[in-house]
Design a protein around this ligand. Structure first.
Ligand SMILES: Cc1cc2nc3c(=O)[nH]c(=O)nc-3n(C[C@H](O)[C@H](O)[C@H](O)COP(=O)(O)OP(=O)(O)OC[C@H]3O[C@@H](n4cnc5c(N)ncnc54)[C@H](O)[C@@H]3O)c2cc1C
Length: 437
């Protein structure tokens, strides 16, 4: 049974973070908060990619669904991310093979590709204009990493038959990405990038068109396990056959049992002023998204209006670094010193939920409460997929969902107060490793 826990809600709802994403979307219809009692088949906590994806899949099956969002649609990571839609998971396939064995790892791999397809299908079926572009490059800064990428390619081709990868030698890499920092790359034509807030708002529109009722500014403050399961907000109550928890890094304090498996970490993005098509093409010839393979990584891409969006840095305390805009500009100049004259116009941050082993954390509580969290910075395709698998499980077909729920996950050591220092200590090792040749 889930212990009933109260979450104090002592501040007014936040608008979207002040990002280039928020500045580049047209005004969208708002959804009124929940007032009073409502009975549905499934109640979903959280209007990010995971929650909305499950709502769509459930409504497509003819179920009555209500989504309760503490702030507004896309307020969390889904509306702030780097927009890089990438195959696989934050834990790579070899690690997954070690965790669950080759047969289950193959199912996880197939699911990750299904997650990419789902983004494309949803964008098409529901006419979501999310500026989807194909092409993604993992970048190596040192020979050890170049060898890692080659191994990765061979493994994915040999074991999984994945054929859309192309290894880029130094000259090819530097022709594709105008930076001397990178010595090799792994290009994937099946991955890509999109405008994450437009995508998430589009999912909400799709869900609403299927009859899903969305309530914004409606934080769930108490969950009562049972049949029906109860989700209480300050002014309302939803009674449902099933509950989906898709609060990810923001779920804190509602269900401590699953909270211990994830750690919210701050990560940041800057958007330059408009550079123009030509200058963007000179930086990223084929308009691919790029992520290096350092532990504390840099990731970047050009936007549809020809800016460079540059992400990086982490904050384990979740407090934003001082003078964030300047900090992001300095980080960008390490990669592209030719942008010395360019102003960073926006800078913002968000929380990713990481797990100890970087594999996503799915599961069930009491038979009818489903959750998916801990995408570890890799949730655009995987979050959508999670929603789809939850919907299958609610319908009674939990085969694929259970492969994920069998992934073993350890608690972060140290409890709520000591988790951060313990994590910072562990991360220092990984940061040092980034510096090694
Ligand atoms: C800066 C940044 C960059 C990233 N870049 C990438 C990238 O390039 N590629 C990639 O694949 N992934 C990336 N990620 C990760 C990715 O964005 C997330 O994994 C994904 O969006 C998670 O979606 P979600 O729906 O599970 O969670 P979220 O989008 O965080 O949504 C959770 C929602 O639940 C709501 N909520 C929480 N508690 C309650 C409650 N009690 N009641 C009601 N509502 C509640 C929150 O308000 C929030 O809106 C990035 C994340 C960040 C922050």
């Amino acid at each position: 049974m889930v212990p009933a826990q109260r979450l104090s809600v002592d501040r007014p709802p936040d608008p979207h973070v002040d990002s280039w994403y928020a500045a580049s979307v047209a005004p969208v219809p708002t959804h009124a908060p929940l007032r009073g009692e409502l009975k549905v088949d499934v109640c979903v906590l959280g209007a990010g990619i995971t929650g909305l994806s499950s709502a769509i899949a459930l409504a497509e099956q003819g179920l009555r669904v209500a989504v309760l969002e503490a702030q507004c649609v896309g307020w969390g990571a889904s509306g702030r991310s780097g927009g890089q839609m990438i195959f696989g998971f934050a834990a790579d396939q070899t690690k997954l093979e070690r965790l669950v064995g080759p047969t289950a790892a193959k199912i996880l791999w197939d699911c990750s590709l299904a997650g990419l397809d789902l983004v494309r299908q949803r964008a098409q079926r529901y006419a979501i204009d999310c500026e989807l572009v194909h092409g993604h490059i993992h970048a190596a800064l040192k020979p050890r990493q170049a060898r890692e990428l080659q191994h990765w390619q061979r493994h994915l081709e040999d074991v999984y038959g994945y054929s859309s990868l192309r290894f880029l030698e130094r000259a090819q890499m530097q022709a594709a990405v105008a930076s001397e920092r990178y010595i090799a790359g792994l290009h994937d034509s099946n991955s890509g990038h999109l405008h994450p807030l437009k995508y998430t708002l589009g999912l909400a529109r799709a869900a609403a068109s299927l009859g899903v009722r969305i309530f914004e500014h409606s934080p769930i403050v108490e969950v009562r396990a049972g049949a029906p399961v109860g989700a209480r907000t300050e002014q309302g109550l939803v009674l449902a056959d099933s509950l989906v928890l898709a609060g990810n890094a923001h779920l804190s304090r509602l269900l401590p049992g699953i909270e211990r498996k994830i750690m919210p970490v701050g990560t940041y993005i800057g958007a330059t002023e408009v550079l123009g098509a030509e200058r963007c093409r000179a930086l990223l010839r084929d308009n691919a998204a790029v992520a290096d393979i350092n532990f504390v990584l840099d990731y970047f891409r050009c936007s549809a209006d020809h800016r460079l969006l540059f992400g990086g840095r982490v904050s384990y305390s979740t407090l934003p670094p001082p003078r964030l805009t300047e900090a992001m500009r300095r980080r960008m100049l390490r990669v592209f010193p030719q942008l010395q004259d360019v102003r960073m116009q926006y800078a913002w941050g968000g929380l990713v939920a990481i797990t100890m082993n970087r594999a996503p954390h799915f599961g069930r509580i009491g038979g009818n409460i489903y959750y998916a969290q801990g995408f570890s910075g890799h949730g655009i395709a995987a979050g959508g997929l999670a929603g789809q698998l939850i919907a299958e499980a609610v319908r009674g077909d939990a085969e694929r969902f259970d492969v994920f729920s069998r992934l073993p996950h350890a608690d972060f050591p140290g409890g709520r107060l000591l988790r951060t220092p313990a994590l910072m200590l562990a991360m220092t090792w990984y940061r040092l490793r980034d510096l090694l040749p």
